[in-house]
Design a protein. Structure first.
Ligand code: TYM
Length: 326
């Protein structure tokens, strides 16, 4: 059975972009693939985090995974920092990765530009991500397009390691759904919808209440035309809403354009808000049941034990091949 794996950072309540780009895909494929889903808490500390908030966000995210329909019977669910082999593997990979490669990563360039006082963790972040993936011989990595470059780097590192030390890793591939490629900020649709966005108006969070979600969608930036047509270049706002709509309804772009051919932007936005609210309110209902339930701890304990065994084996194989022997 092929394997899929993904992780999300617990850096705040996840957005509609995270949900569509990563979680929805995990739910979609969980019957078909051997599935691994974790909380990337070690990645979160590449930028400063409040300790209390970090642990709360971690638990919230795990509860949201389940509330979104991730089935613990079909997925290994775990916390990255509870499996020390990820960081052990990461170091061995770091010594097979070039500074030039890491400094060329788009995300590193963006983030380091915003804050000149960045940590080396921000630079080596993609190597830890490569370790997360390569430890399990994963076939596919469901992510949004912003993470594609990192998955490709993981593949390059794996290929290099295999050549140098002998066949060790499977080469992973990013799995990107066409509609979930990149959900944009509702107010500034030329920017990605992001957890860390300063303005809250353009970002829908999975725990926003119904009224807030509706207000944000109704207030989305559009254009001065009246046509509901998919054209990301000239109509980024409307195209973004179409992307959101199709990921919630399973319709095609053509079907959506036909459905709203004679409708106003207001009518279209109302419909987008309806489908988003319907699905998110179900998620929130389940989230509230799960968050105080100690079943979550049992799932995490099992996930930790299972994944530690696999990652340990990979780490030992790497060490042996690299010459760490008595
Ligand atoms: P993170 O926490 O930034 O984002 C989690 C997932 O959400 C996707 N995403 C989006 N997709 C569509 N539209 C958007 N606006 C949008 N914003 C975010 C991201 O592409 C991602 O799939 N480095 C990763 C976490 C990670 C990881 C891994 C992922 C650590 N190790 C191993 C896969 C495999 C990250 O920071 O994701």
């Amino acid at each position: 059975m092929k394997k899929i794996l993904t992780g999300l950072q617990p850096t705040g309540v996840i957005t509609l972009g995270n949900y569509i780009g990563a979680i929805k895909q995990m739910v979609k494929y969980q019957d078909q693939y051997d599935s691994y889903l974790f909380v990337a808490d070690l990645h979160a500390i590449t930028i400063p985090q409040d300790k209390e908030q970090l642990s709360k966000n971690t638990r919230d995210l795990l509860a949201l995974y389940l509330a979104c329909g991730v089935d613990p019977k079909k997925n290994k669910i775990y916390i990255q920092s509870e499996n020390e082999y990820h960081t052990n593997i990461s170091w061995l990979l770091e010594c097979n990765t070039y500074y030039g490669e890491l400094s060329r990563m788009t995300q590193f360039k963006d983030k380091s530009r915003k804050n000149a006082n960045f940590t080396t963790g921000l630079l080596t972040y993609p190597v830890l991500m490569a370790a997360d993936i390569l430890a399990y011989d994963v076939d596919y990595v469901p992510v949004g397009i912003d993470q594609k470059q990192h998955v490709e780097l993981a593949r390059d590192i794996a290929e290099r390691f295999n050549k140098k030390y002998g066949e060790t890793f499977k080469l992973p591939e990013a799995l990107i759904s066409s509609e979930g490629t990149k959900i944009m900020d509702l107010v500034t649709p030329d920017k990605k919808m992001s957890k860390s966005s300063e303005s809250q108006k353009g970002v829908i969070r999975l725990l926003d209440d119904e009224k807030t979600i509706r207000k944000k969608i109704m207030g989305a930036t559009t254009d001065s035309e009246t046509v509901i047509k998919y054209d990301p270049e000239n109509k980024p706002g409307i195209s973004n809403l179409i992307n959101i709509y199709i990921s919630f309804t399973g319709k095609t772009i053509k079907e959506v354009e036909e459905e709203f051919a004679q409708k106003t932007y207001g009518e279209f936005k109302t419909k987008v808000a309806d489908v988003v609210i319907e699905e998110i309110s179900q998620i929130q209902k389940r989230y509230n049941e799960i968050i105080n339930n100690n079943e979550l701890d049992k799932i995490l304990d099992e996930g930790r034990e299972f994944t530690r065994k696999i990652a340990k084996k990979k780490y030992e194989d790497m060490k042996y091949k690299m010459g760490f022997r008595r």
